[in-house]
Design a protein around this ligand. Structure first.
Ligand SMILES: Nc1nc2c(ncn2[C@@H]2O[C@H](COP(=O)(O)OP(=O)(O)OP(=O)(O)O)[C@@H](O)[C@H]2O)c(=O)[nH]1
Ligand SMILES: [Mg+2]
Length: 389
């Protein structure tokens, strides 16, 4: 063989051998030069060629729930975020909830997270949360005036209210921090500086479960269908926590009839044309909703009116009836969405998709037969009747 040809063969052999040695000893070099990675650079993007990609945006799926590797662009995503209110001591439960929503939905969508707390999150908390997802995570402290019991509340009266509830064994009846939380979730979370840039939010609590794959974007669904509020579980409120609330709601409606939506859901919340409240509300530990609904004049006036009555502290008004009554009065019924296909559990209740197509497509881990929907304590039947189902 010609000397120069022999020389070229020796050089090539050395280069190839070096490539293999470095591939084995340096993982990142191996990954960057692997044939599949290099060829994928010239392949069409998955979203372009995959008909399932369109389905992933805003359309509930009743079909097979094909797995698709799909990363929506900013234009394809809604202007939305997850919101988690929690304490440093909720770290374990927050990790669990966040991992489940990532696995079931957000690993494909990468919506950001806002975590809020009335105290600074610890470095340990931030470190443990930050490794769970490549999505953006912001940690915020709640302004003092959005959280603590205001000075104008008569503390003697509030204390008497707490003691009376404790005696009656009403859950969280004696807790001030629970009341702070309910008032914050009712009237302030959407005012937090970190939420100002967003239009939509999905509320998540520590220790909840997402039982099914969510094969489409519920935010886009809300946006496309002009929804403002959504739920997975609806039930009766403990009357003892809100004894005077409905009276104040009626007073507000008399003062501001202009805010009442034409095709509202009063018929779901009252069995006698509004005279009394039947205690049905949407369980607000799950919410996907429109922040602009809470920011609008109707809800601003409504929350301010209720807050001025002091019932968040003198009684124990929950954010669930406050949000639900507002959605029921200021939105039309078709702006409220029941997400059957989102399998969701907040102890002790679970909503498991009732549609068998959705249950199979979502690869749900929940038992349809044990869904809370038609439990005696659920208001779902009432909602179905009201919606004419
Ligand atoms: N930062 C902070 N978050 C709180 C506090 N109390 C409750 N939360 C959060 O507020 C939300 C509702 O509180 P929960 O204690 O779950 O209330 P609940 O759902 O009515 O009752 P549970 O059945 O105990 O879950 C959750 O996201 C909690 O993490 C508090 O004092 N500080
Ligand atoms: Mg909870």
């Amino acid at each position: 063989m010609h000397t120069s040809a022999r020389y070229i063969i020796v050089v090539c052999t050395i280069i190839v051998s070096l490539h293999y040695i470095i591939s084995f000893t340096h993982e990142s070099y191996g990954r960057a030069t692997s044939l599949s990675i290099l060829t994928s650079k010239f392949a069409p993007a998955a979203a372009d060629s995959d008909p399932a990609a369109e389905r992933l945006l805003g359309t509930p799926v009743q079909g097979t729930g094909n797995e698709t590797v799909f990363s929506p662009t900013d234009d394809e995503r809604a202007n939305a975020t997850f919101v988690i209110l929690c304490r440093n001591s909720d770290l374990g439960g927050t990790i669990q909830s966040l991992r489940e929503i990532e696995d079931r939905f957000n690993r494909r969508y990468r919506y950001p997270y806002v975590l809020l707390n009335e105290e600074e999150f610890t470095e340990e908390f931030k470190k443990r949360i930050s490794v769970l997802t490549p999505a953006k995570i912001e940690f915020g402290v709640i302004p003092r005036e959005h959280w603590y019991q205001p000075d104008w509340i008569d503390e003697d009266k509030a204390k008497a209210g707490r003691e009376a509830m404790e005696k009656k064994n009403i859950i969280y009846g004696g807790s001030v921090s629970y009341r702070n939380m309910c008032r914050f979730n009712s009237g302030f979370f959407f005012k937090h500086p970190l939420l100002q840039k967003y239009r939509w939010y999905w509320r998540i609590e520590p220790d909840v479960h997402f039982h099914c794959d969510i094969n489409y974007d519920p935010f886009k669904f809300m946006e496309k269908n002009k929804k403002v509020y959504s739920f997975t579980i609806t039930m009766y409120e403990y009357e003892a926590t809100i004894p005077t609330m409905w009276g104040h709601v009626k007073d507000f409606v008399k003062l501001h009839p202009e805010y009442i939506a034409k095709d509202n859901s009063l018929g779901f919340m009252s069995n006698n044309g509004g005279d009394s409240y039947n205690l049905c509300h949407f369980w607000s530990n799950f919410e996907i909703a429109d922040l602009d609904f809470w920011r609008a004049p109707a809800y601003t006036a409504f929350f301010d009116y209720l807050d001025a009555q002091g019932g968040f502290y003198y009684e124990r008004w929950g954010d669930a009836p406050v949000h639900s009554i507002a959605a029921g009065l200021f939105a039309s019924r078709d702006q409220i969405q029941f997400f059957d296909d989102i399998g969701y559990e907040h102890s002790p209740y679970t909503h498991c998709p009732q549609s068998s197509g959705a249950w199979a497509a979502g690869r749900c881990s929940c038992d349809q037969a044990r869904s809370f929907d038609y439990d005696g304590y659920s208001c779902m039947r009432k909602w179905d009747d009201f919606m004419g189902k």
